[in-house]
Design a protein around this ligand. Sequence first.
Ligand code: SDX
Length: 429
Amino acid sequence: MSEEAKLTIGDNSWSFPIIEGTEGEKAIDTRRLRNETGYITYDDGYGNTGSCQSSISFIDGEKGILRHRGYGIEDLAANARFLETAYLIIYGELPSQDEYAAFRGLVHDNTQIHVGMENHFDGFPLDSHPMAILAALLNSLGCYYPDLATNDRDQDLENFDTAAPLAISKVRTLAAMTYRMKMGMPFIYPDPKLLYSQNFLHMMFSTPYEKFEASDTVAHALDLFLLLHADHEQNCSTSTVRMVASGGANLFASVSAGVSALWGPLHGGANMAVIRMLESIHKDGDDGSRFIEAAKRKEARLMGFGHRVYKNFDPRAKILGEACTRVLDELGMNDPLLDIAHRLEQAALEDRYFIERRLYPNVDFYSGILLKAIGIPVEMYTVLFAIGRLPGWLANWREVASVGDGRIHRPRQIYTGSTKRDYVALEER
Ligand code: SDX
């Protein structure tokens, strides 16, 4: 007989089935809990709650394992490219050569945006945050491609294979155009001969009279950065995408909500906060030790450290840390922020405060230094995270849209406000 969980409250007892995932993680299936007991669960922040069953990514936070469709992140980082990993995350299998060529062809054919979208940039104040612009423009893609954004779940699912590569391609163009607008520079149209990351850097940094040609080192570093951000189970922004998708909203609206969720400094916004933290430590002439003490007094937060799931190392941080050293060496650069980051990591890993709280570098700790080395401006860091995470958001949208019963996500709550009371006329208050 399969395992069951028994719940006893007073003189009553109930049994609930246990669900076990393919990697052995177990859950108590509480879908009948309220109907049978009248009770709900309470789990502020969902740290103990599984919101879905998913076959896209698996994390073992204790062992520092991250796998996409069964492939280890280390394996993919060493051997695959970003678009290949995007295909794997979305469709569940590594693409054959023909499948990969077709997918890249769709991305390649969709790099240019509808010329009408250029007008949006005239309306944004120059100091607008790029994430606000990206969220708005990703959602507006549904206006230019209404057949791909009908909010008719079956039709949007049927058109997914057209919409997904279109979104993956255009997010890069919109991001580059956002940067150009903020810098007061003319838009640079994509070059169809360039690969995904090279084309992005071309659209970011070329000028009308001089073409920016990224070195293989820089292009590969950016490709690796995007690959390492491609998906990460039910993080804040991915769960937001699933929540919006559960209402039947199209994929452009859903991933736009993901961008907004990612922007927060506790989530994707941390990569910008890490660089600003390191620059502030450097400017203060601190070797990091004063900052560590401030963090222990809770006067500061060691941005890029800690994780809700990884209670050991974040495998992506290890790969990014190695990539930082390699890329800076290959570019002949010496960034004092990398030395400070290494010192902070070493100090924290030996300090009881961080050890007790199982705080280790996460994906954001080194990613900013790598982006800085390849010339990406700080304000664009979280935008780059969003470009990388888009395949994961699309795969999760597809997973929600494909589920037969397609129930809308609607959590319960514990109400703590005023109990029933009657209206008092204004003249009596
Ligand atoms: C991402 O979920 C994902 O998968 C996200 C992500 C992805 O790929 O999608 O991996 C990307 O968002 C990575 C995280 C980026 N954020 C940061 O680097 C911001 C700094 N980190 C923290 O704010 C924090 O660690 C979180 C938000 C990441 C996790 O927060 P939790 O799980 O809610 O942990 P907590 O705030 O309850 O902290 C537990 C204890 C507290 O101390 P005590 O109250 O027990 O004394 O650890 C302390 C916290 O004060 N703590 C830190 C700390 N993080 C937690 N102390 C100093 N520096 C930190 N960074």
